[in-house]
Design a protein around this ligand. Structure first.
Ligand code: IMP
Length: 430
């Protein structure tokens, strides 16, 4: 029995969904622990692309239990749409193989209004959020005015809670953001129906997961976004509002840290970031555009173009430390084929001094200039490579450099979105 956390080691979009889908074959349960439908986990099965926003990527494997933990925030309309879409693509989703925490918080229409209204108001200082209401729903959770799934499925509690909260949120919407208020009846009618549709999936998932652990079952904890977007350890304030690091696996599911055995960090062979915020190894100009096009670097949730840059070993070492990463999965190595030179950022030049620790201040990071090590690129297409030893020498040199500069061993190397395009440096077992 092994319990493993799969965490994004960069700024999200590392290909976690694809890695979780692979590992799901080796575990009994896959549990999502934070974030909401700001996430878009893309998996390609038999040539068909599936994008999951709330549901764990394990749902695509038969006989696996999928759990949406208490740390996840749920947009019920989007979740129900996701369930329908999976079913119409032939995947089984029912009350037996999908369980949703009664403690998870609900993204309400005012959360989206506030998210969008605030971003508009902030203008040039905006965060560049996904506009899905994520910041405002986590804010309400911490402010103790959130609506939990257990509230939503109890009409009396939901009505009372919504009355109180909506009155206050409408004041904020109208007086501060100068937007239209929302009407209680409209919101209530729509959401009570979602609650009804979700009722059968709801359970105390912390109890469920701990009972499974006691029975010797294995759990994969699936993170969303990435550690550098974590509300505590990311490039604050340009972060999401949840604990996207490995620590979130415990607070977001109600499973103790003592039960976790391994932490797999997922990182691309280069870096990307969506939205605003510091990004020292960002590549500007034609090369950045080329990488974006070769890697298909457009948001799977919002379609926004992703900013592209070189692999940042300073950021990754930091990520490894705050998450306790025991091994790495490196994705999208194939995207780098055809480049003359490949760079790795190994330090930052800040005000004339080279630093090798990731700064806590976004202001400092913004003014850091990357210090690079370079290696020759390779021309070969990697799509038919079957073992690590068959990789071109430069590609192997890049993997070695990643291990040396981050201090973390690589376990998995992914060369494309489909299930078979993957290499292992050692046994594929947990
Ligand atoms: P929010 O999570 O919508 O509040 O967005 C906050 C920041 O996190 C923005 O820079 C988003 O672009 C970024 N972000 C949120 N979710 C994801 C994700 O799944 N992948 C990559 N970036 C994300």
């Amino acid at each position: 029995m092994t319990n493993i956390v799969v965490v994004g080691a960069q700024w999200g979009d590392e290909g976690k969904g694809r890695i979780v889908d692979l590992l799901a074959e080796k575990v009994d349960i896959v549990a999502r622990y934070q974030g909401g439908n700001n996430a878009g986990h893309t998996i390609v099965v038999d040539g068909e692309t599936v994008v999951l926003h709330h549901i764990p990527s394990g749902i695509l494997r038969e006989k696996r239990l999928s759990v949406i933990g208490n740390g996840v925030v749920i947009d019920p309309k989007v979740l129900l749409g996701e369930i329908d879409k999976l079913r119409s693509s032939g995947y089984r989703v029912d009350e037996e193989n999908l369980k949703i925490s009664d403690r998870s918080h609900i993204i309400m229409p005012y959360h989206k209004e506030i998210d969008i209204g605030r971003e508009e108001r902030m203008g040039a200082n905006k965060i560049g959020t996904t506009g899905r209401g994520i910041g405002p729903v986590y804010e309400d959770k911490a402010a103790r005015r959130g609506i939990k799934l257990s509230d939503l499925i109890d009409p009396e509690t939901f009505s009372a809670r919504l009355q109180t909260v909506l009155e206050e949120r409408n004041l904020y919407l109208t007086r501060v953001l100068e937007r239209e208020p929302l009407h209680f009846e409209t919101v209530y009618e729509e959401y009570i129906d979602y609650g009804e549709q979700l009722r059968g999936f709801v359970s105390d998932t912390s109890k469920l997961l701990n009972d499974f652990i006691a029975d010797g079952k294995s759990i994969l904890f699936e993170g969303a976004q990435g550690a550098l977007l974590d509300v505590d350890f990311g490039t604050y304030p340009y972060v999401t509002s949840s604990s996207a690091g490995s620590g979130g696996a415990c607070t977001g599911t109600g499973v103790s840290p003592t039960k976790i055995d391994r932490i797999l960090g997922v990182a691309k062979a280069y870096s990307t970031r969506v939205g605003e915020g510091p990004f020292p190894s960002e590549i500007h100009g034609d090369l950045g555009t080329k990488l974006r096009d070769q890697g298909g670097e457009f948001g799977s949730t919002t379609g926004r173009p992703r900013r592209c840059g070189w692999f940042d070993a300073v950021a990754l070492r930091y990520s490894a430390r705050i998450n306790g990463i025991s091994e790495l999965a490196i994705t999208k190595l194939d995207v780098l084929s055809g480049l003359d030179t490949i760079k790795i950022c190994v330090g930052y030049n800040y005000e004339g001094k080279v630093i090798t620790e990731f700064p806590s201040s976004a202001q400092v990071l913004q003014n850091c200039k990357p210090v690079y090590q370079e290696i020759d690129g390779w021309k070969e297409n990697l799509s038919n490579v079957k073992t690590i030893l068959d990789l071109p020498p430069s590609a192997r040199a890049l993997l070695n450099m990643i291990e040396e500069t981050t201090g973390v061993p690589i376990w998995i190397v992914s060369l494309g979105p489909s299930r078979e395009k993957v290499l292992y440096t050692r046994d594929f077992s947990l």
